[in-house]
Design a protein around this ligand. Structure first.
Ligand SMILES: Cc1ncc(COP(=O)(O)O)c(C=O)c1O
Length: 433
């Protein structure tokens, strides 16, 4: 059992690596609580991008040393992404624009093998990045079934079983909700999908910034991630299980065709972004080092056989997940003391099934009004539906599908939570917001 005080020490110290986390606004320290939309970056990322421009800024496909150095670095980046999510190696990874464009690619490429009458499952819980590209397939007569959520906003496995009896070809599902923070049981979802003969396209975007991802253990066939939510630059990468590579012909021009997932990397890549991503992984390794110095040890049997890099990256994310549960417990304790709160998603007794992503409303107050009032106290938090449109229209219907979202990650602190609730109670104490 990890020592909870050491965990807290390690992650409170992690803030010191982020130059952007010490700002103030109107005399208040800025509370950056929009992490589900995109996290801040550490100086490891910033330094890596600077180093790229000085030492490796070159185009691919030729023989001089600067190019070779740059190409080696891109492969290093893919290998780190593979280590981060537990892929076999760098050949199962491709970098690209963002997660949304990878879901478009998956839907387009897998959709080519589907014919009228075939079916695909999407979920009511997902961000529309992994919803809308599949809905487009209905134009070709493909059935798209929606796997619904139950009254608690969690995916309903009874209905899933029914949908699987139709023998769908693809299940497109999120690993964790960006609206409620609910973590979905990907292993169970994938096992059931595979038993029914379907491939699984996972949206790993939200889960990856909070927990150790293991694509092999979960058994997913395809997945996409956003590097800017895992403390890196604005881009994304995808995972394609090698067994499924031939299903995707890719869209490269002839000379660039390769036999691995790189064929998704069309044209020139965002080299500086990939370097920054490497910096984000260096940061996670640094946290691993800090944690070991504080006496923490990695206690995950699933990591025993893995490379030392994967052990460090996944170990850090596992510790982050445990520490974030402490943040969640504290946040929910404080939230419970606020009157007339409507919280969406899991509560205290299911704390290990949720991330510290809290969407809620306060009866009688318009969501945006609270958001604007909080901004005056330096709280950077999002209001709206966060593109989990179907989910929010369902669970927050009485607030027009909108809620205030406080999304924390491992660099947020208990003291920030206190500052937030102090600000909120001052705002609520005023009769008019
Ligand atoms: C769960 C989830 N999926 C997908 C996306 C879209 O990611 P990207 O901007 O990389 O396309 C987001 C962004 O908020 C998200 O939270």
């Amino acid at each position: 059992m990890e020592n909870s005080l050491s965990l807290r020490d390690v992650f409170e110290h992690s803030r010191t690596y982020f130059p952007s986390l010490c700002q103030s606004y109107k005399g208040h320290p800025v509370l950056f609580f929009d992490n589900s939309a995109g996290a801040q970056v550490s100086s490891f990322v910033i330094n890596r991008v600077i180093d790229y421009y000085i030492n490796r800024n070159a185009q691919k496909g030729t023989i001089f040393t600067r190019t070779e150095e740059m190409q080696k670095t891109i492969i290093e980046g893919r290998q780190l992404a593979a280590d981060f999510i537990g892929a076999s190696d760098h050949t199962e990874i491709a970098f690209g624009l963002n997660a949304t464009s990878f879901f478009q690619l998956f839907a387009h490429n897998l959709g080519r093998d589907l014919t009228a009458g075939d079916s695909v499952i999407i979920t009511e819980a997902d961000h529309h990045a992994n919803v809308d590209p599949w809905i487009e397939l209905t134009e070709r007569g493909i059935n798209v079934d929606i796997w619904k959520v139950d009254a608690t906003g969690d995916l309903d496995f009874v209905q899933y079983k029914e949908l699987l009896s139709k023998k769908p070809k693809v299940v497109a599902v999120g690993w964790a909700s960006n609206a409620t923070g609910t973590v979905h049981d990907m292993e169970r979802i994938t096992k059931m999908a595979h038993d029914a003969g379907a491939l699984v396209v996972a949206d790993g975007v939200q889960a990856a910034s909070h927990m150790a991802i293991d694509v092999k253990k979960a058994g997913v066939d395809f997945a996409a991630f956003s590097t800017y939510k895992i403390f890196g630059p604005h881009m994304g990468f995808c995972y394609v299980n090698r067994d499924n590579l031939e299903r995707l012909n890719g869209w490269k021009i002839q000379q660039e065709l390769t036999t691995d997932a790189y064929f998704f990397e069309v044209g020139s890549q965002n080299h500086e972004g990939i370097e920054g991503f490497i910096g984000s992984m260096e940061y996670l390794e640094q946290i691993s080092k800090d944690a070991v110095e504080k006496g923490l040890s990695i206690n995950m049997t699933s990591l025993k056989e893995c490379s030392p890099k994967r052990q460090k990256l996944a170990g850090t994310m596992h510790w982050a997940y445990l520490y974030e549960q402490q943040l969640s417990v504290y946040f929910l304790e404080r939230l419970n003391q606020v009157e007339d709160v409507v919280l969406y998603g899991k509560t205290m007794d299911q704390i290990n099934e949720r991330l510290p992503v809290f969407s809620f409303n306060i009866e009688g107050i318009a969501t945006d009004d609270i958001g604007r009032a909080l901004n005056n106290y330096g709280v950077e938090a999002r209001t709206g539906n966060y593109l989990a449109i179907n989910l929010m229209n369902n669970i927050a219907s009485e607030f027009n599908g909108s809620a205030l979202r406080i999304s924390l990650v491992h660099y947020n602190t208990m003291s920030e939570i206190d500052q937030f609730f102090d600000a909120l109670s001052e705002i609520l104490a005023r009769k008019v917001i």
